[in-house]
Design a protein around this ligand. Structure first.
Ligand code: URA
Length: 441
């Protein structure tokens, strides 16, 4: 068996055996297979796809590339939530503290920005001092002590995903069902949570642009989770426009903190409360008769979720003053330019993908693996689909490193908007919830 033959077999449309997949993944993890062969293999998978057995084998192989955490000595049940990637998707930052504040431990591995979509680890790293690098004993200790931990891929946990993820980001191989499903589920299986809520994004700002594609991704991930003995439920949610108002690393942290103070955008707050309620219900920590959304809402209203976020930031080395003074602690872009509407009307489209791409172009994402990102840049929306805007009214604020960057961003962003002469209904936020029972797994 060798790497070239395995790449060629996938290139030519053959089904790979479990042995071939494992040979490739473990070889890439150890460094025996170099980046350029892994990039060619990812492109072959991207173009040829994989059947469900191959996706399951790939997931298990990536999960096995490091240790598989058993958290039963820390808590009887550990919850996790993972998004397939979107624009302005800062859900983990607010949902984790809400669920943990309700008494349900949350332990998860997150990723960095991928293509036009942001990454939880990049966002949290905009808090001075905060680190995703945790040993397994640190991970377990923090989970036991404060009930909330977010780690990055390490050499201990799913290291193959860490390498493949960074490689896919810069080789145009992100929006592939088998590569996304195996990336997400390998992390989930390795980090040991028993109850997992998947947020499968759909629309222009997601890797799955159509509902059938998003449903197919949701179904395969729920199936893999169930086969591995985990309780996995997937929600398909809207990503036609950015979630909330902020897009960009530090800007999103600021918005997540505002949300935990009860001052967040309505769509983002609703998704947090509904997802937290569902996760708490799935974990069985809320009796069926009780309204689980109300319990999640209470954790925001009484300040306990905000307090949990403070503990979490501090536990991972971050400056906890970010909670009281996000403006003072988080980095700022030197230029803020307001884009105004060239016409009046109801907003009919606010293309999320353009906002993600513009944020990468402003320096908030990577074009090459080794690129450093600028946490301060991004865009803050002032109007969303369904809003009435008048000519000259602000559409969004562009946070940039220079006037020239801001002008280039404004030009591109203008093309993200469509106006209608008649009122427009905002898109439904949650499209569907997929339970394993409905898939007979
Ligand atoms: N999130 C992941 O962890 N991996 C992907 O490929 C996409 C989203």
């Amino acid at each position: 068996m060798n790497a070239i033959d395995i790449i060629a077999r996938k290139r030519d449309g053959f089904t790979l055996t479990a042995g071939e997949i494992d040979f490739f993944i473990q070889g890439y993890t150890s460094g025996a297979i170099p980046d350029y062969q892994a990039a060619a293999w990812c492109m072959a998978v991207f173009l040829r796809g994989m059947n469900s057995e191959e996706v399951t084998e790939l997931t298990l192989s990536i999960a096995r590339s490091g240790q598989m955490l058993d958290l039963s000595d820390v808590a009887p049940l550990v919850a996790d939530k993972h998004s397939t990637g979107g624009v302005g998707d800062k859900v983990t930052l607010a949902l984790g503290p809400v669920v943990a504040a309700c008494g349900q431990p949350v332990g998860k591995m997150s990723g960095r920005g991928l293509g036009f979509s942001g990454g939880t680890i990049d966002k949290l790293e905009s808090i001075p001092g905060w680190s995703p690098r945790l040993s397994i004993s640190d991970f377990k200790r923090q989970l036991a002590n404060i009930g909330l931990v977010v780690a990055g891929q390490t050499s201990d946990l799913a290291p193959a995903d860490g390498k493949l993820y960074a490689l896919r980001d810069v080789t145009a191989t992100v929006p592939s069902l088998p590569l996304i499903a195996s990336s997400v589920m390998s992390k989930k299986l390795a980090s040991g949570a028993n109850v997992i809520l998947l947020d499968v994004k759909v629309g222009e700002g997601a890797f799955m642009r159509t509902l059938p594609d998003a449903e197919a991704l949701a179904r395969i991930m729920v199936t893999i989770g169930a086969q591995a003995g985990r309780r996995v439920v997937a929600r398909v949610s809207d990503m036609s426009q950015p979630l909330g108002h902020a897009v960009g690393n530090a800007l999103e942290v600021k918005e997540a903190i505002a949300t935990l103070k009860g001052q967040g955008p309505s769509d983002f707050t609703r998704l947090i409360v509904e997802d937290a309620g569902l996760l708490l219900h799935l974990c069985g920590c809320i009796p069926a008769a009780v309204d689980s959304d109300a319990i999640a809402q209470r954790a925001i209203a009484d300040g306990s979720a905000l307090e949990k976020f403070r503990q979490f930031v501090q536990a991972q080395g971050g400056n906890p003053a970010v909670v009281d003074d996000p403006e003072g602690v988080l980095p700022h872009a030197p230029v803020v330019h307001t884009l105004t509407s060239p016409q009046g009307g109801w907003l009919a489209a606010v293309n999320a993908r353009t906002f993600g791409e513009v944020t990468v172009q402003l320096g908030g994402g990577r074009m090459k693996k080794e690129d450093a990102i600028d946490p301060s840049v991004g865009v803050v929306l002032r109007a969303k689909i369904g809003d009435r805007v008048e000519s000259g009214q602000p559409l969004c604020d562009i946070h940039a490193r220079s006037e020239a960057d801001a002008r280039a961003a404004a030009e591109r962003l203008l093309a993200a908007y469509l106006w209608s002469a008649a009122p427009v209904e905002p898109p439904a936020l949650i499209k569907q919830t997929i339970y394993p029972e409905a898939l007979n797994v």
